[in-house]
Design a protein around this ligand. Structure first.
Ligand code: CMC
Length: 437
């Protein structure tokens, strides 16, 4: 294993008279790791619920500094990229390791936005079959998986050229999938991708333009969406990216891996939290109860209610993304939906929670999902479209992680171990039905 700072004396682990040397692995940023891969030979394993302290891979893509509340893509602070860089340039950065030159940016954008990169009519028909009541996350997962039937570029998981092409295809398809999903939910005709627009603009017009009209989204909204896509583009080894890598490790195809990642992202503790936040704010508004009632519920261990959009596995001071998103919410909601009371409720809830000993002592702060929903709502997206918008951004990171994982010489099938707590060996009872009656 590479060790950026060179050799360091190994750590030692002593257990029942046996001493084991554990090599030390130093990252360029973040926590030093102990390489425990030899402990299995001694008949031991490691218990680490939620893999909270297990580094399963080495990665050079993204770093989250949870103590400082910073997020870096290939070393660049995300807040600098968010306001100055197009989503496709950030996708290029994540996938290729460097920001593109003007020529590389044109070439990459041209490939993703190539009018010839149209969806097969079979994928369009798939959306015809989806009921209006289907969650758009299910539509996105199915449509992504179905791409494997119409393009073989993602089939060979460790062919970098094939996966690069599959990544371009998926990035190209995502605004269309998002627009089609919204049309299905609304029971309206599907729009048509306008490849002369930029990525965020096209996504917006696919969602909101009346088919046949030449309505273009306004600049401020398109810029805000571009920033949101950049902020969601990657987040190192979160639940959905870990799922993607797990699928990659088995040798399955790229589209299958992304489809699995979309399903993992859907969960309310992960990307699905943005939808849940709005549900919670609406419940607060409609109940007429004071905020303290909901804060007490969130603190009550016998109550499953949690403050959605609060807390994070890695961020322990502030979520780098939430700081930027909060400012967009203040600007955009004021401009687009000044009558919406949910932003004020969110601001008040944040203030009350951040002054409460329970949240202070557990270091729980608003995360990326706390304010994104109020922005999407102001733009006009229904609640169930919030998590698909997370997907549209995160696709860039998934392409980068797939390429890094499958081109690594250290790849190995993902297969955690367990601590078995079931019965020890016992014989199957003879005549067991007679014994039971
Ligand atoms: N409301 C109330 N209590 C909380 C919350 C919350 N939102 N989050 C954590 N806690 C408490 C938790 O009960 C535990 O308390 P105790 O130590 O007394 O048992 C303590 O804080 C530590 O929480 P944990 O569940 O062990 O933390 P985790 O790292 O396993 O979970 C989390 C992280 C994000 C799943 C969790 O904070 C949570 O459920 N938040 C609400 C859902 C949410 O907003 N998810 C979006 C995350 S950001 C988007 C993404 O990238 O996924």
């Amino acid at each position: 294993m590479p060790n950026p700072e060179g050799a360091t004396a190994p750590a030692t682990l002593t257990y029942e008279g046996t001493t084991l040397e554990l090599p030390v692995v130093r990252p360029t940023l973040g926590r030093t790791a102990l390489d425990i891969s030899a402990i299995g030979l001694k008949g031991l394993s490691v218990l680490d619920p939620g893999y909270a302290d297990t580094a399963a891979y080495q990665s050079a893509i993204t770093f989250v500094d949870g103590e400082e509340g910073r997020l870096y893509y290939r070393g660049y602070p995300v807040e600098q990229l968010a306001t100055s860089t197009s989503f496709l340039d950030v996708a290029y950065l994540l996938i290729n390791g460097e920001l593109p030159t003007a020529q590389a940016a044109d070439e990459f954008t041209g490939r993703v936005r190539d009018p010839k990169m149209v969806l097969h009519v079979g994928i369009e028909r798939l959306f015809d079959a989806f009921p209006q009541s289907m969650h758009p996350m299910a539509m996105l997962a199915i449509a992504t998986e179905a791409l494997s039937a119409y393009a073989d570029d993602g089939a060979k998981p460790d062919s970098p050229a094939g996966v690069q092409q599959a990544g371009v295809r998926l990035l190209s398809a995502m605004p269309i999938f998002t627009g089609y999903a919204l049309s299905t939910v609304r029971g309206l005709p599907r729009g048509k991708s306008n490849r002369s627009l930029d990525y965020a603009e096209d996504l917006l017009q696919l969602c909101f333009a009346i088919p046949g009209s030449d309505h273009l989204p306004d600049n401020v909204t398109a810029r805000a969406l571009n920033t949101l896509l950049v902020l969601h583009a990657d987040h190192e080894l979160n639940c959905s990216t870990a799922t993607l890598r797990m699928v990659a490790s088995s040798g399955a195809g790229f589209y299958a891996g992304v489809s699995a990642a979309i399903n993992a992202l859907w969960g309310p503790l992960h990307g699905g939290a943005n939808q849940e936040v709005i549900k919670m704010l609406q419940e607060i508004k409609e109940s007429g109860r004071p905020l303290s009632y909901f804060i007490d519920k969130a603190k009550d261990k016998n109550d499953p209610f949690r403050l959605m959009g609060f807390g994070h596995r890695v961020y322990k001071t502030t979520d780098a993304r939430a700081k930027v998103i909060r400012n967009i919410a203040l600007d955009l909601v004021e401009k687009l939906a000044p009558q919406d009371p949910l932003l004020d409720i969110a601001l008040d809830l944040e203030e009350v929670a951040l002054a409460d000993e329970y949240f202070i002592s557990r270091r729980l702060y608003p995360n990326v999902d706390f304010y994104s929903g109020v922005i999407y709502r102001a733009i006009g997206f229904p609640d169930e479209m919030f998590t698909p918008l997370f997907v549209a951004g995160r696709t860039a990171g998934w392409v980068a992680h797939w390429l890094e994982m499958t081109s690594s010489s250290a790849k190995r099938i993902g297969r955690p171990t367990q601590i078995y707590t079931g019965p020890t060996e016992r014989p199957v009872p003879k005549n067991r039905h007679e014994a039971a009656s």
